[in-house]
Design a protein around this ligand. Structure first.
Ligand SMILES: *[C@@H]1O[C@H](CO)[C@@H](O)[C@H](O)[C@H]1NC(C)=O
Length: 509
């Protein structure tokens, strides 16, 4: 908010414009005049949205909160997590509006936050430290969850009992059941995603904390080996615990490819390149599959592996440029192979439940692929239609702008951003009075009178992005509507990267 052109006072704007008159190249590069002419792009404060998108993670924290906790209506919770299995599993994140710690989406969230920092951390300025803190809050936990070889603690909390209550995390009294995978009960999807998260985060901390980075990388290697060697779906072995919440529908092949891709990037060990070459065809999905979210990482792996070819010139991975192109072509409306659905207002629409996660994750892939294409002076050819990096960024920006308020409802889907945003989000802590304002315990079922009321949530979960509008751009803003009104860590994580790009590109696409 400090140095963004639209916030300059009129006298400094004058000086600014005079300076630009004498540096035309600079003006063209940053598109500053265009920015001032276009009220649409000036109407969004991407920096403010970036700050808030990261702050949200503090509201999802489990464990002992630090003195610099900014979302201050949240207090310590889950301080005995892990005790049921005689291990320390304090910390980490609640995935969404409940009080369970689900390892699978937590790991994916960590991977995407890390990828955001790897690609766009250089543009995050004052927010870089906060983004790294958000990652470390997860990796400190994932290190605890993977402390014992050939074992990963993949969940804390009995999801069914938790979901039968509407209570604050600070009050929760449902069983903190500890769920693990091991050689006898493997969970390749969750193990490989955890390896991806650790590997990606090791790159984030490589320069600023080399010791921590090495610890993360070593653990990633061990966890990936376990994932690959003991194959089996946790969605089968642990079905009663993890389904229907984070049951993996896409199989574990996508996580193996994705995990290997991250390990290749983090370790530069040729083993992983050989692994990708040997298994890429069996692990890759059919090319029409363009859904990217906590369950399915096929297209994420394609874009990530395309970087190795495009930017780092890893020739054996040259096929991933066309794999990535096929994903792009399936997405862009009006090209021959386009299959994606959009709402009348222009929002990518994949699913009724938590659709916005596909919007944020897909937009991230578009901005990221545009970066790789720009670096390698390439474009995408969709059956004769040439798609430039600029077109990809314009497309991603339209999705992000819709999310921030340019939509038929004329509202932002990020809590606390803009003049109108969701008031009754499906989130226990946000909807119940805070511990400071109401110190007495609120029992399991007592919370439902508030759940069923029309009153706005008393605690603003700054930066939370909800599931979003339906296929006709409608949003009822009802607390009971978890499909549309629940926030989740994996909705926010990829948006952190896109917002960093748009916040500091000064309207340049
Ligand atoms: C999504 O919602 C629409 C409209 O309510 C409904 O017709 C459709 O069956 C839903 N789709 C799924 C997969 O639930």
């Amino acid at each position: 908010m400090d140095s963004f052109p639209s916030f300059l006072t009129s006298s400094t704007t004058l000086v600014f414009l005079l300076l630009l008159l004498f540096s035309p190249c600079n003006a063209a590069k940053h598109g500053t005049f265009g920015h001032h002419r276009r009220p649409r792009s000036a109407s969004h404060n991407y920096r403010d949205a970036l700050t808030k998108s990261i702050m949200f993670f503090e509201g999802q924290r489990s464990g002992k909160l630090p003195p610099n906790q900014r979302i201050s209506w949240r207090k310590d919770s889950g301080l005995s997590d892990g005790a049921a299995a005689h291990v320390d599993l304090v910390g980490g994140y609640y995935d969404a509006g409940d009080n369970v710690k689900f390892g699978f989406p937590m790991a994916f969230t960590t991977t995407m936050l890390s990828w955001s920092v790897i690609e766009f951390g250089g543009l995050m300025k004052g927010e870089l430290q906060n983004a790294k803190q958000a990652i470390r809050w997860a990796t400190d936990y994932l290190l605890k969850a993977t402390a014992h070889p050939d074992t990963i603690y993949v969940q804390v909390g009995d999801a069914t009992k938790d979901h039968a209550c509407w209570e604050r995390p600070e009050d929760m009294d449902t069983p903190r059941t500890v769920i693990k995978i091991d050689k006898n009960t493997p969970g390749t999807e969750v193990a490989a995603e955890t390896a991806a998260a650790l590997a990606a985060a090791s790159l984030v901390f490589r320069k600023s904390d080399p010791t921590y980075s090495k610890l993360l990388a070593r653990r990633a290697i061990r966890v990936f080996e376990f994932a690959d060697k003991h194959r089996g779906a946790y969605s089968i072995g642990l079905r009663p615990y993890v389904c229907p919440y984070y049951c993996d529908f896409s199989g574990y092949q996508d996580e193996l490819l994705w995990g290997a891709a991250w390990l290749h990037k983090a370790t530069r060990n040729p083993t992983y390149l050989s692994y990708i070459q040997a298994n890429g065809n069996t692990l890759g999905a059919d090319e029409s599959d363009n859904t990217f979210g906590w369950d399915n990482k096929h297209v994420g792996a394609r874009i990530l592996l395309s970087k190795a070819f495009l930017v780092q010139n890893v020739q054996p991975l040259h096929d991933y440029k066309s794999h990535a192109d096929n994903f792009i072509c399936s997405l862009i409306p009006g090209t021959p192979s386009s299959t994606a659905q959009y709402t009348p207002g222009g929002l990518l629409f994949k699913m009724n439940d938590s659709n916005m996660q596909y919007v944020t994750s897909t937009s991230f892939l578009l901005v990221t692929y545009a970066k790789y294409l720009t670096q390698s002076l390439k474009v995408v050819n969709c059956g004769g239609a040439i798609i430039t990096p600029k077109k990809l960024r314009t497309f991603a920006k339209k999705q992000v702008d819709y999310l921030l308020g340019d939509n038929p409802m004329k509202m932002s889907f990020m809590v606390g951003y803009g003049p109108r945003y969701p008031l009754r989000i499906h989130h226990r802590g946000s909807s119940l009075p805070s511990v400071s304002s109401h110190p007495a315990k609120i029992q399991c079922s007592s919370g439902f009178s508030i759940y069923n009321s029309q009153s706005p949530n008393p605690n603003i979960l700054i930066g939370a992005i909800v599931g979003g509008p339906d296929q006709n751009d409608r949003f009822p803003d009802q607390r009971s509507d978890y499909e549309q009104s629940e926030p989740a860590t994996y909705i926010n994580a990829p948006l952190v990267g896109s917002l960093a790009y748009f916040a500091h590109s000064f309207g340049q696409l």
